[in-house]
Write a protein that binds this ligand. Structure first.
Ligand code: FES
Ligand SMILES: [Fe+2]
Length: 328
C-alpha cells in the first residue's frame, strides 16, 4: 500500500463539504465527503456492490445511500440496509464502504486513508490559535504538478534572484552561503539570513530577514520570516494536497504577529504574486513527479542540501510497505 495513505492530507476547504455528498480527489483516487450533525464523513467514492460513485447518492437519516441500488451505509462504513432484500435478511459483513479518517483544522478538511502515523501538522510553536497571531488563507489554487515538486519549490531559495527578482532576491546576490539542515523525526528544519529587497518595506526598502524553514513530511512546509530590523514575524505555510501525480492543490496561509490593523491583502497580494511566479516554472518541470532516482537530476552541494534530504525522505517513505487496506 502507498505509504502516503498513512498521513493526513488536506482534502479541501471546510466550506466545500456540505450536506449533499461531493466528490474530491486524493492520491489518485476519488473521495466522497459530506457533512451532517455529527460532522464530516469521508469514504472512498465507490460502492462495494457494483462500483457506483457514492457521491451521486444522498444522505438520509444519517445513512449514505448509494444511487444505484440504494444500499445504505452508516458512518462507520457498515452497510445497514440492502433494499432489494427482506428487511430482516442478514447483511454480509464484507458489505462496507471504505471509511477514511477525517478531521477539520485550519478551515480545511483533512483525510487519512489508513490509520495515520502522525497528527495533522502543527505550526511551529503551536501559534495558530494564539491571539497575538492573525491568520488567513492567502492562496488556494490547483497546479498541474505533483505535490513533491510544489513542496520542493517552496523549500528552495536559490531561485529567488531569478523567479522573484526584485521581490525576494537580486541577481547580484545569487550565491548561497552554507547552511545547516537539521533532520527531525517528522521532517527537516533549516535557516538562513538574507537581504530581502521586498516592496513590503517601502519604496527603496530592503531588510535583513531570517528565514526558518520547517518541513513536515510529506507535503507541509512552513517558512517563518523574522525581520531582524523590526522583529516582526510572519509565517507563510503551504499545506499541499496530492490529488493526482500531476495535479496538486495548494493552500497557503499567512500568519503574522504584527500589523493586525492592516488589511490582509497587503501581505496576501505580495505572496500570491510570488506563488504565481513560481507556478509558471513548476508547471514547466518534467517529469511532473520528482524522479524516482536521485541520479536523474543534478544536485548542487550547498544550495540543494535541503531539497536533496527531502528527496531522500520521500524515497525512504516510498520503500516502506504498509499492510492491508486500512494499515496494520
Ligand atoms: S452499486 Fe451501490 S447499491 Fe449497487
Ligand atoms: Fe519561489
Amino acid at each position: 500500500m502507498n505509504a502516503l495513505n498513512r498521513f493526513w492530507h488536506p482534502l479541501t476547504t471546510s466550506d466545500k463539504v456540505v450536506e449533499q455528498p461531493r466528490r474530491f480527489t486524493l492520491l489518485d483516487d476519488y473521495v466522497v465527503a459530506y457533512r451532517d450533525a455529527d460532522g464530516v464523513a469521508a469514504f472512498r467514492d465507490l460502492c462495494i456492490h457494483r462500483g457506483a460513485a457514492l457521491s451521486l447518492g444522498w444522505v438520509r437519516d444519517g445513512k449514505l445511500v448509494c444511487p444505484y441500488h440504494g444500499w445504505q451505509y452508516d458512518r462507520s462504513g457498515a452497510c445497514v440496509r440492502i433494499p432489494s432484500r427482506p428487511a430482516d435478511a442478514p447483511i454480509p459483513p464484507s458489505a462496507k464502504a471504505f471509511r477514511y479518517h477525517v478531521q477539520e483544522r485550519y478551515g480545511l478538511v483533512w483525510v487519512a486513508i489508513a490509520d495515520p502515523q502522525y497528527g495533522v501538522p502543527d505550526f511551529p510553536g503551536d501559534i495558530f490559535d494564539l491571539p497575538e497571531w492573525k491568520s488567513f488563507m492567502s492562496y488556494n489554487e490547483v497546479w498541474t504538478t505533483s505535490a513533491s515538486r510544489a513542496v520542493e519549490n517552496f523549500m528552495d531559495f536559490s531561485h529567488f534572484p531569478y523567479v522573484h527578482e526584485g521581490l525576494l532576491g537580486t541577481e547580484d546576490n545569487a550565491e548561497i552561503a552554507p547552511y545547516t539542515v537539521e533532520k527531525r523525526e517528522d521532517g527537516l528544519h533549516y535557516w538562513l539570513e538574507q537581504e530581502e529587497p521586498s516592496d513590503l518595506y517601502g519604496a527603496d526598502g530592503t531588510q535583513l530577514v531570517r528565514y526558518e524553514y520547517t518541513l513536515v513530511v510529506p507535503f507541509t512546509i512552513h517558512l517563518k520570516k523574522i525581520e531582524l530590523g523590526t522583529g516582526r514575524e510572519t509565517f507563510i505555510t503551504q499545506f499541499t494536497s496530492p490529488q493526482t501525480a500531476t495535479t496538486t492543490e495548494l493552500f497557503v496561509y499567512i500568519v503574522r504577529n504584527h500589523s493586525h490593523d492592516e488589511p490582509d491583502s497587503k501581505f496576501g497580494d505580495f505572496t500570491n504574486k510570488i506563488m504565481e511566479q513560481d507556478r509558471v516554472i513548476v508547471q514547466s518541470q518534467r517529469p511532473e513527479n520528482l524522479p524516482a532516482s536521485l541520479r536523474e537530476e543534478l544536485h548542487i552541494k550547498v544550495p540543494d542540501a535541503a531539497s536533496l534530504l527531502y528527496r531522500q525522505r520521500l524515497a525512504a517513505l516510498a520503500s516502506v510497505e504498509v499492510d492491508g487496506p486500512y494499515g496494520a
